[in-house]
Ligand binder design. Structure first.
Ligand code: KIV
Ligand code: ZN
Length: 385
């Protein structure tokens, strides 16, 4: 099995979600939980961005022992200096330096030529190498960059000392097949590519972040970047829980695995949601409230007979105690009878027929029947009889 390293950027790209600000204490609480979850790398923040970010990166770097802690820096020496001051006390300091490479960014944002961009990237990596044993370099907006130029700058970045090369789909533009082709192209056109680790970093503007990350794994990438619950800039980043559950559930296909403690997923997801205020959509894959809930009679009957009829992930795997049967108008007799038993009632077949009829009438006008509704219904029927 190939090992896939998980690079969590909840505290950096995740905090870039509109309307989200975390205090230092909250960041520390999330970092501790990410360590428990077993993520390989925690991107703790962007130290040059603010004094608060600097302090929280420093505290996390000094506290976390089970994950590598990294921080983001632009190509400026002052950013790299700030990152070093924040990270120097961690066991294996790693910096994440980036520079945009696409023609759009070169022309409008950086106002730099191709040669100037290469020069700035090389200078920043060489400067960072004076302090950091491990340098990750990202080509911002890589997926809208001309492939020959991307290959050229990556070769130069490796020659300058970068050990990890990250290919961000900064604006969530690429498709899975194209993303895999970018990695294949780089593997064939960057002479020194075999010396470095390749990393994928996707955004979800077109809802493809997870699919693109999985395509990157199939194309040979060994580091996946993302956030818990997929929070992040605009439509967010790759949801890490989806990637690791994908690897776990379809090992047969991916032939790759992460070292995450899957039973910590639900807890981590809830903590991030609570502290960021970003509500998890009920139908969100893996961590949504409905991800293990069955509503229709056909599904409930199937699951009560054999879970695997409609469950490809055991709820316990991600830290839930069980699946749930939502009792509503789509529920069948099997789930209704099971629920009545769970609530402590014994009813004859005849009573059951009558109860089920009344239940169906009531459920038609309600979204969901709570346990209290069902208890009331059974008691009322019994009393009336
Ligand atoms: O999306 C992006 O390009 C980034 C970089 C800073 C790595 O977050
Ligand atoms: Zn990003």
């Amino acid at each position: 099995m190939r090992k896939i390293e998980i690079f969590d950027t909840t505290l950096r790209d995740g905090e870039q979600s509109a309307g989200v600000t975390l205090t230092s204490m909250e960041k520390i609480e999330i970092a501790r939980q990410l360590e428990r979850l077993g993520v390989d790398i925690i991107e703790a923040g962007f130290p040059a961005a603010s004094q608060g970010d600097f302090e929280s990166v420093k505290q996390i770097a000094e506290m976390v022992k089970g994950s590598t802690v990294t921080a983001l820096a632009r190509s400026a020496q002052s950013d790299i200096d700030a990152a070093w001051q924040a990270l120097k006390n961690t066991a294996s300091p790693r910096i994440h330096v980036f520079l945009a490479t696409s023609p759009i960014h070169r022309q409008y944002k950086l106002k730099m030529t191709e040669d100037e961009v290469v020069e700035a990237a090389v200078a920043s990596i060489k400067y960072a190498k004076q302090f950091f044993p491990v340098v990750q370099w990202s080509a911002e907006d890589a997926c809208r960059t001309e492939l020959p130029f991307l290959a050229r700058i990556i070769e130069e970045a490796i020659q300058a000392g970068a050990e990890i090369i990250n290919i961000p789909d900064t604006v969530g533009y690429i498709t899975p097949r194209e993303y895999a082709e970018v990695f294949t192209y780089l593997q064939n056109h960057v002479p020194s590519i075999g010396r470095v680790k390749l990393s994928a970093h996707c955004h979800d503007d077109l809802g493809l972040a997870t699919a693109n990350s999985m395509a990157a794994i199939l194309a040979g990438v060994t580091q996946i970047e993302g956030t818990i619950n997929g929070i992040g800039e605009r439509a967010g980043n790759t949801a890490l829980e989806e990637v690791v559950l994908g690897l776990y559930t379809r090992k047969d296909f991916y032939q790759a695995e992460s070292r995450l403690v899957l039973s910590e997923i639900k807890r981590t997801s809830e903590l991030v949601s609570k502290l960021t205020g970003m509500v998890i959509p009920p139908n969100k894959a893996v961590v949504g409230q409905n991800a293990f809930a069955h509503e229709s009679g056909i599904h409930q009957d199937g699951v009560l007979k054999e879970k695997t009829t409609y469950e490809i992930i055991e709820p316990e795997t991600v830290g839930l105690s069980s699946n749930s049967m939502v009792i509503g108008k789509h529920s069948g007799r099997h789930a209704f009878r099971t629920k009545i038993k769970e609530l402590g009632f014994t009813v004859s077949d005849e009573e059951m027929n009558q109860l089920f009829k009344v239940f169906k009438n009531l459920a038609d006008s309600k979204k969901e029947m709570t346990d209290d509704d069902i208890v009331a219904l059974v008691l009322e029927e019994k009393v009336t009889k």
